[in-house]
Design a protein around this ligand. Structure first.
Ligand SMILES: [Zn+2]
Ligand SMILES: [Zn+2]
Length: 556
């Protein structure tokens, strides 16, 4: 499909084919001269497959190139998968940033919590606000989700109007904030919607998500019926859940103690922005020990099994202030996101092992997802009636299910794309017309590294088979000086017969050296290569693994 003339295009630079690191761009103009807006700039969390890596960020080299044509970044909400890359990446762009009050306040609080983080000015847009960025007219539309102030974006252009849903669900009773703005979305349908770019997270799940209010009711019953201490763990950003726990605690005369920095930060931002109005002040963690067991509810971070978070430390009896004992009740008001299941199970088993009662969403309605299930996706399509639908915010399976559902619901054109695909929305036949550079960056300690670098594969190899370091000195006549030195890291000490592996490596080096013709021995590179091959072969013979081997040859 050829690109040509004045067009409206869309490209995901992250968040498509994976859940996390959301970044979408919309462009207007002809291919040589487009003006862009970006929506969100999020991270993904790295699992065990990326040893030593904390976060995955979208590679924004394309946006850096196009920086002068980038009119701004519009944030939908304050979840890490939508705004978590700003502190690291915004300084490379320095374009105007837009978000609603809670999102702006949480970004600021997060920034202040990270020493050395750059100042990031946010233009605060009121709920339901509207802004103009060059040829883009952008209107915020409130969506219910699992954090305050999730917003869809209605993006009006000369080629038609796009609904970028952001993260949403239909919840008539979301505990805090307005429900999803059905009226505005139906009005958009009447006005005419060219394209819907939508959340696919729960496209494989039938029916509708239960409401936050149902969860609140169930939490209230569980807190009321507890006899000893109660702890509730949830995503700190779920302020509706925090509010529900606080109201439930207050109803049975219990104080709420916040445990964990993220919980304190969110509570403070939620107070400032009015989402905890009418809720009694929380008590600091130092007061925990003075409160009778039946007078306290601890709200803890660590619902995803994070080893340094409050709950993991409590479960290991390693928390300075907070302890739990036989008969106390811990409620997981959360679900482990894929990759975290083992860590969460370890904590659950640790608690159960101490005779602490653990309640999860397997048996009680103590958690709901913030994303739309299939009946909700159908409602949205019915309200907005888009000509084109592009599934995003999902893995391949979620997007395929969302696409199939949209086709069945009568959407004329469905485009399934991948990160870096450039999709023409209008005019003409919508579809993928080109590619733009896209990829991943890893946050490795304080540094950002490109995913293509050898760093992580090398680290994985080290984790699998360790490393052998060999040092030897050779004269300019090709004679060995002294004994080769061998150092092993991450390698078994002996083989099956009890021979030292270091000895096997040592013999291999000597044998390799001595079998080289004398003139070759004067070439340090040739010596190093021969020794390296010999060590790897000798260890493979007894161990069936080939470690990384570094040989340093000194010539004297
Ligand atoms: Zn979200
Ligand atoms: Zn999200």
């Amino acid at each position: 499909m050829a690109s040509g003339g004045d067009e409206l295009v869309f490209a995901p630079l992250g968040g498509v084919g994976e859940i996390g690191m959301n970044l979408a761009i919309y462009g207007l103009g002809d291919a040589r001269r487009r003006q862009w807006i970006a929506v969100d700039l999020g991270v993904s969390f790295a699992g065990e497959e990326l040893p030593g890596i904390d976060l995955i960020l979208p590679d924004i080299r394309y946006l850096v190139e196009e920086r002068r044509n980038l009119l701004g970044i519009v944030l939908t909400h304050a979840h890490e998968d939508h705004f978590g890359a700003l502190i690291d990446l915004w300084p490379r762009l320095k374009v105007p940033l837009y978000g609603t009050p809670f999102t702006a306040a949480l970004l600021e609080a997060k920034r202040l919590g990270e020493p050395g983080a750059p100042e990031i000015p946010v233009n605060v847009v009121p709920l339901n606000g509207r802004l103009t960025l060059g040829p883009f007219d952008i209107e915020y539309v409130s969506m219910a989700h699992s954090i305050p102030e999730s917003n869809g974006l209605i993006i009006r252009t000369r080629h038609g109007t796009v609904l970028h849903t952001g993260d949403w669900k239909i919840d008539p009773t979301p505990v805090i904030g307005p429900p999803t703005d059905e009226r505005k979305l139906r009005a958009l349908g009447n006005e005419g919607c060219l394209a819907l770019i939508g959340d696919s997270t729960n496209a494989v799940r039938e029916g509708r998500s239960p409401s936050e209010a149902d969860v609140a009711k169930s939490l209230a019953e569980l807190i009321k019926s507890a006899r000893g201490r109660v702890a509730v763990t949830t995503f700190a950003s779920n302020v509706a859940r925090i509010r529900a726990v606080a109201e439930a605690a207050s109803a049975c005369d219990r104080e709420v103690v916040l445990v964990g920095r993220a919980m304190e930060r969110i509570a403070q931002v939620a107070r400032e922005t009015g989402y905890l109005d009418g809720i009694r002040d929380f008590r600091s963690v130092e007061t925990y020990g003075y409160l009778p067991p039946n007078k306290v509810v601890a709200l803890c971070t660590g619902s995803q099994g994070e080893p340094r978070a409050a709950l993991a430390r409590i479960a290991e009896d390693d928390h300075p202030e907070v302890t739990f004992a036989r008969g106390d009740r811990v409620i997981f008001s959360s679900r482990a996101i894929p990759g975290n299941e083992k860590a969460v199970m370890r904590i659950i088993n640790g608690l159960v092992g101490q005779d602490i009662e653990v309640i999860t969403d397997r048996t009680h309605l103590v958690h709901v997802s913030g994303h739309p299930r299939r009946a909700e996706l159908e409602d949205m399509i019915g309200w907005v009636r888009p000509q084109v639908l592009i599934p995003v915010h999902g893995e391949a399976l979620h997007m395929a299910e969302h696409a199939a559902l949209a086709r069945r619901a009568g959407v004329g054109k469905v485009v399934v794309c991948r990160d870096g695909d450039l999709v023409r929305l209008a005019p003409g036949d919508p579809g993928i017309i080109d590619e733009v550079p896209a990829g991943r960056l890893y946050k490795d300690g304080a540094l950002l590294v490109e995913a293509e670098q050898r760093t992580v594969p090398d680290r994985r190899r080290l984790g699998f088979a360790g490393i052998v370091s060999v040092a030897l000195a050779v004269t300019d006549k090709g004679e060995l000086v002294g004994d080769p030195e061998i150092e092993l890291t991450g390698i078994p000490e002996t083989d099956a017969g009890g021979t030292l592996i270091a000895r096997i490596a040592y013999d291999a080096v000597l044998e390799a050296f001595e079998s080289m013709p004398r003139p070759r021995r004067r070439d340090p590179d040739a010596v190093a290569e021969a020794a390296r091959r010999a060590v790897r072969a000798a260890l493979a013979a007894v161990w069936r693994k080939k470690p990384i081997c570094h040989v340093h040859v000194l010539t004297i």
